[in-house]
Design a protein around this ligand. Structure first.
Ligand SMILES: [Zn+2]
Length: 226
C-alpha cells in the first residue's frame, strides 16, 4: 500500500511574522536564487514564480525557504524539553539535505481532503514535499509554514504516524506515539520551541504564538504527552 503522510491544520498560526513581505515588497533576488539553486519549486497550476507577486503559491513557498535559510538561533545554553536534537542548529541544512522539490498541488488531489496542509509519498518520490491549498492560507505565518516543511522532511527518514487515541485528531492517523521516538511531530515541536525561544528576528507575538503551537502539538499529536 502506498504510504502517504499528512499533516493537518490547527487553528493557531494566524499572527504574521514581522518582516514578511508587504504588498510592495519583493523577495530579494540573491536570496531567491540561492534557495532555488537547492530546491525546485513547482505548482500544479503552472503559476510562474515572480519574486514580487506576494500571495501566489510559489511566492509563499520561496518566502518560506528563504525564512528557513536565513533563520539563526541565538546562542542560549538552556535546552528545552522539546528539543530532541534532531534539527540541531541548522534547519536549512536539515531540510535541504532531504528535500529537493516542493510542489503545490491543487484542491482536486485526494490527499488534500479535509484540513490536510502538506504530505509526502516516499515510495513514489522520496525527495518531494507536496503542499495542499490550505498551506497557502494568508493567516498562516511563514514560521508555521517552515515547521510544516521540516515535519514533512522527517518522513523521508522512515517515520510515519499512528492513530491518535484521544484529542482533536482522535481516530485519525495524525499522532506519534511519543516525543522520544523522534518522529515528525518531534521535529515539529523542536522547530517550534527553538524558534520561539531562540529564533533571531522574530517578534514577541510571533514567539508567543510559536510557543503556544508547540504546547498544543505536544498535547494533541502524541499519544503519550511529553
Ligand atoms: Zn506527518
Amino acid at each position: 500500500m502506498k504510504r502517504v503522510f499528512l499533516i493537518f491544520l490547527f487553528s493557531l498560526g494566524f499572527v504574521r511574522v514581522a518582516g514578511a513581505a508587504g504588498a510592495a515588497n519583493c523577495l530579494e533576488a540573491a536570496a531567491v536564487k540561492s534557495v532555488l539553486s537547492s530546491i525546485k519549486v513547482e505548482s500544479a497550476d503552472s503559476d510562474r514564480f515572480d519574486r514580487c507577486r506576494e500571495g501566489s503559491a510559489s511566492h509563499r513557498i520561496v518566502q518560506t525557504l528563504i525564512f528557513l535559510k536565513n533563520l539563526r538561533l541565538e546562542k542560549t545554553p538552556a535546552r528545552s524539553s522539546f528539543d530532541q536534537g534532531i534539527l540541531k542548529e541548522d534547519f536549512w541544512g536539515y531540510f535541504s539535505k532531504r528535500v529537493k522539490r516542493v510542489f503545490a498541488v491543487d484542491r482536486m488531489v485526494t490527499e488534500c481532503r479535509g484540513s490536510t496542509l502538506a504530505y509526502v509519498s516516499p515510495d513514489f518520490d522520496s525527495t518531494t514535499v507536496y503542499l495542499c491549498p490550505g498551506f497557502f492560507d494568508s493567516w498562516l505565518s511563514v514560521a508555521t509554514r517552515a515547521e510544516f516543511l521540516l515535519h514533512e522532511a522527517r518522513h523521508f527518514e522512515g517515520y510515519g504516524h499512528v492513530v491518535c487515541r484521544r484529542g482533536l485528531f482522535q481516530n485519525q492517523k495524525s499522532c506519534d506515539r511519543r516525543l522520544q521516538d523522534r518522529g515528525s511531530y518531534a521535529v515539529s515541536v523542536e522547530a517550534l520551541s527553538k524558534m520561539a525561544e531562540r529564533g533571531s528576528g522574530l517578534s514577541a507575538p510571533s514567539r508567543s504564538l510559536l510557543k503556544a503551537t508547540a504546547l498544543v502539538r505536544a498535547r494533541t499529536n502524541f499519544n503519550e504527552t511529553p
